[in-house]
Design a protein around this ligand. Structure first.
Ligand SMILES: [Zn+2]
Length: 180
């Protein structure tokens, strides 16, 4: 195996992108993210070497960085979606929702295994965790999904459904299929 000249920043950025991609596709952990990263570094004709790479010392370092990313927040995104929460609260809820803290994370926890959750609300701690996605519209729709929980309860039953229908009728960018 040839030694790759990977600087820390470059490696981290690439891993971040791979993690978002894999999470959007259903989920990942540090191991699979590191494996996918090494795969992307290999010459396509070299794929047979992939399992050797996994047992390489370098692999553990990459996996550790991937795990660190999976546990981290994206502070600038959190600020952006915090603003969206305030805007939506005013636009669609007449400021009736209590103040929530919005955190955008690479992983919000596997509330619905094996598929990763896009968002989780903690109504007691007044906290909404959103998973970063390549799809901004998914993140916006997830925020509204969780805000509809904040306005009602934690279930996907009649109260929440009618709240979602109300949001749709106001023209809020929700996911239509969630009402089916
Ligand atoms: Zn829900």
């Amino acid at each position: 195996m040839q030694q790759h000249a990977l600087t820390g920043v470059d490696l981290k950025e690439k891993l971040q992108r791979i993690i978002i991609e894999l999470m959007d596709a259903g989920g990942t952990d540090g191991f699979w993210a590191a494996r996918e990263f090494l795969k992307s570094q290999l010459d396509p004709t070299d794929q047979a070497d992939l399992e050797d790479l996994v047992s390489n010392v370098e692999f553990e370092r990459i996996q550790a960085i991937a795990n660190e990313i999976l546990e981290s927040e994206l502070p600038e995104m959190s600020i952006r979606f915090q603003k969206k929460f305030d805007e939506f609260n005013s636009e669609y809820f007449s400021m009736r929702l209590p103040a929530y803290t919005i955190k955008v994370l690479y992983d919000v926890g596997d509330f619905h295994p094996p598929v990763e959750s896009d968002g989780i609300i903690d109504r007691h701690r007044k906290l909404i965790r959103l998973r970063v996605s390549e799809s901004e519209s998914l993140m916006v729709a997830t925020l509204l999904h969780e805000m509809a929980h904040a306005a009602t309860n934690g279930y996907h039953e009649i109260k929440w459904m009618s709240e979602m229908a109300r949001l749709r009728d106001l023209g809020a960018p929700i996911l239509e299929f969630e009402l089916e």
